[in-house]
Design a protein around this ligand. Structure first.
Ligand SMILES: [Zn+2]
Length: 140
């Protein structure tokens, strides 16, 4: 898996969201507020509505940025905690190609797709539920 490509995809997807939300809320909010001021008659209602829409837009964009940070951080974890990391960190739990749980020593490992466009599987101990490591989907 090309993690740099994934990071670019995340960045682009969130940039797109910000542009759409920004255009609709900040753009329209500004125009509506402006209409309240420079229209034929001053309209406090339009001004307030436009200002609220503008503030709402700023909050939305902040929220989108927060989601982006979380998703990037999540991918960093998936990239870092892979099988090689597990083998290097807990060599006693990877012997002759057999993986065991670093917590309870069980050899029963469940693999489940994380979904949600992470394209990764989680390798989890069937005994105690400890997450051991992650692997890219389709390359188990
Ligand atoms: Zn375990």
């Amino acid at each position: 898996m090309d993690y740099d490509q994934v990071r670019r995809n995340i960045y682009n997807a969130f940039l797109f969201q910000k542009c759409i939300v920004g255009a609709f809320t900040l753009g329209f909010g500004f125009l509506i507020a402006l209409g309240g001021i420079v229209g034929q008659s001053f309209s406090a209602g339009l001004l307030i509505f436009g200002a609220l829409l503008f503030v709402f837009g700023l909050r939305c964009i902040k929220g989108i940025s927060q989601n982006e940070k979380e998703q990037v951080a999540r991918f960093a974890t998936l990239e870092e905690k892979n099988f090689d990391w597990y083998r290097n960190s807990f060599p006693e739990n990877v012997q002759s190609g057999r993986v065991s749980c670093r917590n309870c020593g069980s050899r029963r490992i469940n693999i489940r797709g994380l979904g949600d466009r992470t394209y990764h599987c989680e390798h989890k101990c069937a005994g105690c539920g400890q997450t051991l490591y992650y692997s890219p989907e389709g390359n188990l």
